[in-house]
Design a protein around this ligand. Structure first.
Ligand SMILES: [Zn+2]
Length: 137
């Protein structure tokens, strides 16, 4: 990569592990009970302090809010948007890797998980057009 490319390339605004926090909060909120940091830690298999560092960042980015009293966690509108986009990238990538590159499903899923948050919008659009065309000839 050229130096100009690096410096002109905007940093992704969310790191991969933070996406998994958004995902965990979203999953836990489906149970109907308030989502607590401790439940997020359990679901992701990380320490309580790792969760609190991640949550502080997510709150600063306005992707998560903490409701008082009770310290319940909620995704904000943009947190949900961010998660939806990455979820759809993930599914596109699994489809592509599994059906076009003929990789086994678990490898496809593993690889998709690693790069789901790195897809440029332009690439995701092209990928979804390609896959749609082939599923519905
Ligand atoms: Zn992932």
């Amino acid at each position: 990569m050229k130096k100009e490319t690096i410096t002109s390339h905007k940093k992704p605004n969310i790191t991969h592990s933070r996406i998994h926090y958004l995902w965990a909060i979203n999953e836990l909120s489906k149970t109907g009970d308030g989502v607590k940091a401790i439940n997020v830690a359990k679901l992701l298999g990380v320490t309580r302090s790792a969760v609190s560092i991640a949550l502080n960042n997510l709150k600063k980015q306005k992707l998560v809010v903490e409701k008082y009293p009770g310290h319940f966690l909620q995704l904000t509108h943009s947190g949900k948007k961010q998660l939806e986009k990455i979820d759809s990238n993930y599914l596109l990538l699994v489809d592509f890797l599994n059906n076009y590159l003929n990789l086994e499903k678990d490898i496809a899923e593993k690889q998709a998980c690693l790069i789901e948050h790195l897809l440029l919008d332009e690439v995701a659009v092209k990928l979804s057009q390609l896959l749609a065309k082939n599923h519905h000839p």
